[in-house]
Design a protein around this ligand. Structure first.
Ligand code: F6R
Ligand code: MG
Ligand code: MG
Length: 365
């Protein structure tokens, strides 16, 4: 165990500058200070702090394995400390994702989102941290399916013998809290039958057929934890690349189509996923449209070398333009479905309260 490295992304929305659109730089400073202390004390190997929209993202490497109480408690304390700053500045939604009062061993189920992957570091190991704002974990289903199972995206599935036998997808049913493992390419249609419903079935992990860990995603649904709408879950994922895994460019190619996801304004609308640079990860128009950023690192004995801001590339301009056009088109529907989410998805928002007021005015026919 000791020689393996764990790449953890732990994130939370604990307040934004001016609404719900971007993390204040002071919160990033607080998080850096906390994590540097932990690094100096040899509790973690390395860290990088960033934000995707209003989500504070802690990227941490360590040798304590997935679900380590020590690492989760460090992340929790960091979010609590940053929340103090957030409250001092009276930022909007200060502390909103910290759903519990005290830490109880693992941040999962307490509000923050977690994606963690433990693996043996290869002689050269490119790892990509992919983070989204204004959407739900199932938003990763389509792009990650394309990256790891669709040869029209990943050429290596056909022409590289080490990818040719395919991958195993671990899919979580977030409503029933259960998990199923499906092999691709053999069970591709079964996989799609599930993950085509991204509000319920969510890719949790992807492993190469020989057991090599390839990717992990956060799966928490805040509304299912809190029983009411408390913001969308704004997921993150760790994806390894190259040398028998999809190339970095094949991973990014999975995001070259602005697919429609649930989230956006009030977590209640469908909108296009726009891949952007970190500096453009701020959800302005109609609190969106939803954004995705990708930071590429090399690992050097767990040290994080980089990052490279991978969507900061004119090659993605047409994707962004298409996303902006789709945003225009969707907005023209105003409050009508399918721009607004369907009733099942709106169950945890403020809409049921509005509808219940009308209940007594209905006349029986
Ligand atoms: C989406 C999100 C925002 C808010 C919206 C209303 O995840 O957080 O779109 O839902 O800005 O926020 P309140 O109700 O706090 O005014
Ligand atoms: Mg927010
Ligand atoms: Mg957010």
């Amino acid at each position: 165990m000791a020689d393996k490295i764990t790449f953890s992304i732990i994130k939370a929305d604990i307040g934004s500058l001016c609404g719900h659109h971007v993390v204040h730089p002071d919160l990033i400073e607080v998080a850096r200070r906390k994590l540097k202390e932990a690094k100096d004390g040899n509790k973690i190997v390395d860290f990088y702090v960033t934000n995707c929209g209003d989500d504070l993202e802690l990227i941490i490497t360590h040798r304590k394995g997935e679900d380590s109480e020590e690492v989760h408690s460090l992340a929790w304390d960091t979010f609590c400390e940053a929340t103090k700053k957030s409250k001092e500045l009276k930022l909007y939604g200060a502390g909103q994702d910290l759903l519990a009062d005290t830490f109880s061993g693992n941040v999962k189920g307490m509000g923050p989102g977690v994606a963690e992957l433990e693996f043996e570091e290869r002689p050269s190991d490119p790892v990509i941290a992919i983070m989204m704002d204004k959407t739900e974990p199932g938003a990763f289903n389509l792009p990650l399916f394309r990256v790891f199972a669709d040869p029209f995206c990943t050429a290596g599935l056909i022409i590289d013998k080490s990818l040719h036998s395919g991958f195993i997808f671990e899919v979580m049913d977030v409503k029933e809290h259960r998990l199923v493992r499906l092999n691709t390419p053999e069970e591709m249609y079964d996989l799609l039958a599930l993950i085509g419903t991204p509000g319920r079935y969510v890719i949790k992990k992807i492993v190469r057929k020989d057991g090599l860990p390839a990717a992990a995603c956060s799966t928490s649904r805040l509304s299912l934890i809190a029983g009411k709408y408390v913001g969308k879950d704004d997921p993150c994922a760790v994806v390894r690349a190259q040398s028998g895994l999809p190339a970095v460019g094949e991973v990014l190619e999975g995001f070259a189509f602005p697919h429609i996801v649930a989230g956006w304004m009030r977590g209640s609308h469908h909108g296009p996923m726009m891949p952007v640079s970190v500096k453009n990860a701020k959800c302005t128009r109609f609190d969106g449209p939803p954004r995705v950023i990708a930071l590429g690192f090399q690992l050097a004995n767990g040290r994080l070398i980089g990052p490279a801001d991978l969507f900061d590339d004119p090659a993605f301009d047409t994707v962004r333009l298409k996303a902006a056009e789709i945003a225009d088109y969707m907005r023209r529907h105003g409050p009508f479905e399918p721009s607004r989410l369907g009733p099942e998805e709106l169950e945890y928002t403020t809409l049921p309260e509005v509808l219940s007021k009308l209940e007594e005015r209905f006349e029986k026919l």
